[in-house]
Design a protein. Sequence first.
Length: 188
Amino acid sequence: MAALLSDFLAAYAPFDKSELDDITGQFESRKVKKNEIILTEGEVCNQLIFVNDGCLRLYYVVDEVEITVWFAFGGSSSIDIYSFISGLPSTYFIQAIEDSEIMFLPKSQLDNLYLTNPKIQEMMRKFWEDAILTLIERFTALQKDTAEQRYLNLLKKPEYLQKIPQKYLASFIGVTPTSLSRIRKNIR
């Protein structure tokens, strides 16, 4: 399980094998069932979560409607960045949308790693930069692109279409499930 996490970390900083072994050894692993909630609105996100296998989604609720903002597949992370960095309660939920294996590192352990391994600071800086760029790209697409264009962009990501229920996909691109059906029909 740690091999995928090692690859993820090494993509952001030049760790040697012993450093990677030390860092990955501090992550705890856990299996989560489909629909299990990992983070609840109102809790502080105090864990860096890595998805080893499966899929998680980040969402919030407005007027009893779930709005999906992010999906994390195997080999990526899931986190409420704002809550994690600020220490304030989250306005989001993180949920497994299929049986998943996750690895997590408490923020307090990450803070200790900052002190013992300076490369982890470089790794996290690059990780945050990557996350910010992705969020800006997503925000811009929601503001600029049509719903049809956002769906066409999803077609380039087969894991989205294979793993994610249509109601979550609709929410992710900012439309109702009925509108998504109409978009799909028009594209065919």
